[in-house]
Ligand binder design. Structure first.
Ligand code: MG
Length: 261
């Protein structure tokens, strides 16, 4: 209320007096500024952000499309040769035993969108319920080293630093936003790559993850390359591919794109 009254009292030609400290008091200069002139002093006009069109449920205009449901042209097997995962119904699905796949292109800092689905059937070939890390495990590896876990964590207990959306064996997600098996889910991930000065780590990597729109990793420091056994550590490297894990379970992926940051 006070602020409103003060503003009204000063309008329309509110003034700011700046007394010059030099010379005699009689020589003191006064500068009068209009409110709009004061406001203008904190306007920043450059740089102008590039225009990116972002259609609803579409792909931003400056994105690199890694998978549009039609082919695996952007991917290769880490064992050499073509990516040998199953293609169909606008998705690609892990072909157990065919190995991880990775992008042909290398990336540094990125914003990645990826959708994934775990199978409805949560029983193994022997008819037993799949549990823990054995239930629909896959993973999104940034620079082939740093894994954001993909797992059916819907009513499936495991160590929390290994559940869906964990930075595997490093950071527990802030929430479990996993949908039921058979439902499509989204990850939107902002990955800032580690920086190296020669062989030494200059700055660690960081990651932010939204799982189905829920913030689950908030600018978390990556401690090093993902390890199943032992502590993570860094070894210097450059930009590298995005890698998807074959953990022996038929997890599906679709609509994969990224923006280089
Ligand atoms: Mg995994």
């Amino acid at each position: 209320m006070k602020k409103t009254l003060l503003t009204k009292a000063l309008a329309p030609t509110a003034v700011a007096f700046v007394a010059c400290a030099f010379g005699s008091p009689a020589m003191a200069a006064e500068t009068k500024k209009e409110l709009w002139q004061l406001a203008q002093e904190t306007e920043v006009w450059e740089p102008v952000p590039p225009v990116v069109s972002a259609p609803e449920k579409g792909v931003p205009s400056d994105a690199v499309v890694l998978f549009n449901g039609k082919d695996l042209n952007q991917w290769e097997s880490v064992n050499g040769g073509a990516a040998a995962w199953t293609l169909g119904k606008g998705a690609m699905t892990v072909a157990a035993g065919k190995g991880d796949i990775r992008t042909k292109e290398s990336f540094c800092d990125v914003q990645l969108h990826i959708e994934w689905k775990t199978p409805n059937d949560i029983k193994g070939a022997d008819g037993k319920l799949l549990e823990g890390q054995g239930r629909s495990n896959s993973g999104v590896f940034f620079q082939e080293r740093y894994e954001i876990q993909v797992l059916d964590s819907h009513n499936n207990k495991t160590y929390p630093n290994g559940q869906a959306a964990s930075v595997y064996k490093q950071t527990i997600p802030l929430a479990n936003a996993t949908r039921a098996p058979g439902e499509w889910q989204t990850y939107d991930i902002i990955f800032t790559s580690p920086k190296f000065d020669g062989d030494k780590l200059a700055k660690p990597g960081y990651v932010t993850v939204l799982h189905n729109g829920v913030l689950v990793q908030n600018h978390v420091e990556i401690q090093g390359a993902t390890e199943w056994i032992g502590k993570p550590s860094y070894k210097a490297h450059g930009c590298a591919p995005i890698r998807l894990q074959d953990h022996g379970n038929p997890v599906s992926f679709r609509n994969i794109w990224l923006r280089k940051l």
